[in-house]
Design a protein around this ligand. Structure first.
Ligand SMILES: [Zn+2]
Length: 174
């Protein structure tokens, strides 16, 4: 039997997940924009399912431990906001109810319900994209945990454009 060396390098053609991560790290820093883009991908998944397009990820030490998007229509559940599901999923992953060293990235400013749940989770940081001037926790004065830092406006235009596109499409269909 004659072994012939392959001329193509299959490892280069099919990089595995780790190689992808290394490659991404070389071109993309793991900053707030990077993780908000991941939350936006979740929001787009919600859009595809005809759900209000809001997505969230929870990150600990530059690692995504939970991804979620709004599922209120599919689950027939007003509490199925992206943040609520991300909190449950992250706690399951960590095997503990508190998310003390975690950062939540969410494409819309959390509502009162989610801000309340985030309070109980003792999450260390919340980063949101678009502001919600009607139902956001900021305008309604909902209390966050004193140790929770909150930052807004990361990829705000991308997130609000997706929401606008959703509501225009919905109006046209009705
Ligand atoms: Zn909410």
């Amino acid at each position: 039997m004659v072994w012939r060396k392959s001329t193509t390098n299959h490892f280069l053609l099919r990089p595995n997940e780790n190689q992808n991560r290394i490659f991404e790290a070389m071109i993309l820093p793991y900053d707030d924009n990077y993780f908000m883009k991941k939350a936006l991908q979740e929001a787009e998944a919600a859009f595809e399912k005809k759900e209000v397009p809001i997505g969230a990820v929870i990150v600990v030490q530059e690692r995504i431990i939970a991804r979620a998007h709004n599922l209120t229509e599919q689950l027939n559940d007003v509490t199925a906001h992206a943040e609520m599901q991300a909190i449950t999923s992250a706690a399951n992953f960590l095997g503990g109810k508190y998310l003390k060293n975690c950062t939540l990235y969410v494409t819309l400013e959390p509502c009162q319900m989610c801000a309340g749940a985030l309070y109980w989770s003792q999450l260390s940081k919340i980063v949101y994209a678009a502001r919600d001037p009607q139902r956001g926790c900021g305008v309604l004065g909902t209390k966050l945990h004193p140790k929770t830092e909150i930052v807004g406006g990361i990829l705000e235009n991308e997130a609000s454009n997706l929401l606008k596109r959703f509501f225009i499409q919905k109006r046209n269909l009705n």
